[in-house]
Design a protein around this ligand. Structure first.
Ligand code: ADP
Ligand code: ADP
Length: 225
């Protein structure tokens, strides 16, 4: 569990600046949703927090510790992507367990942790299956399981539901919300979908053209005077 502090984050690709100095404080256990038009810098912000790319300037701190120079695996974060990158040749158990491959735990403890996570996600009966034998929602749950198995302080979700049909999206929205209430990790969730933002967020961050345009609770942000 940890808070997240972003200070004056700048990202340039060659000469093009795509993030112009973003600052944000996220509380321990808070569920923050980033919204904004395509290309405004949401994914870039997540990739910088995750350490998949280096910030050009600025500072990222997780639990009070500056992580800019740490490898992704040392940042106590996990990221879930839109096109849930799970391994087609591995069973659900192996896919979830992949998140523990570098963990210093006994094999028995790893198996117990996989069982625990599968229980939380309602996938206990599916552990022996391959991804081809799962629905889209179940596959996305496997990706979430792989991310949560190490109990990261901060969860980063990059449009994790946009490839699902509307009904499944609603269901997964509720499941992620329940999961958050149960596990309590800090969450940064990126979406195009206003309904997702309204229903899931403690706070919404509206981005535009590489800036943060507005931050507030769903009621504050979407209140039309
Ligand atoms: P989204 O809008 O869903 O966040 P994009 O389609 O903008 O995603 O980008 C998908 C991927 O392509 C990202 O990994 C991003 O880094 C990369 N990308 C986006 N724009 C460019 C660009 N102008 N040059 C190189 N890579 C890019
Ligand atoms: P969003 O997630 O809000 O759709 P992105 O963070 O993917 O936006 O992209 C922000 C801007 O950065 C876009 O203009 C995109 O084209 C650009 N961009 C993203 N990745 C790269 C990259 N690897 N190289 C160059 N430009 C990029």
């Amino acid at each position: 569990m940890a808070d997240l502090a972003i200070r004056n984050l700048v990202k340039r690709y060659d000469k093009t600046e795509v993030l112009h100095g973003i600052s944000l404080d996220v509380e321990d256990g808070e569920f923050v949703v980033f919204v904004g038009p395509s290309g405004c810098g949401k994914s870039t912000t997540l990739r910088l927090i995750a350490g998949l790319e280096d910030a050009t300037q600025g500072e990222i701190a997780i639990g009070g510790r500056v992580v800019n120079n740490l490898e992704p695996k040392d940042r106590d974060i996990a990221m879930v992507f839109q096109n849930y990158a799970i391994y087609p040749h591995m069973t659900v158990r192996k896919n979830i367990g992949f998140g523990l491959r570098t963990a210093k735990m006994s094999k028995a403890d790893k198996e117990a942790r996989i069982d625990e996570v599968a229980g939380i996600l309602g996938m206990t009966d599916l552990l022996a299956r391959k991804p081809s034998q799962l629905s889209g929602g179940q596959r996305q749950r496997v990706a979430i399981g792989r991310a949560m198995v190490r109990d990261p302080a901060v969860f980063l979700f990059d449009e994790p539901l946009s490839n699902l049909d509307a009904q499944l999206r609603t269901q997964m929205r509720l499941e992620i919300k329940k999961l958050h209430q149960r596990v309590g990790n800090t969450i940064i969730f990126v979406t195009h979908d206003q309904v997702e933002a309204m229903t899931m967020a403690d706070r919404i961050v509206i981005m535009k053209d590489g800036h943060i345009q507005q931050v507030g609770t769903p009621a504050e942000v979407y209140h039309k005077p």
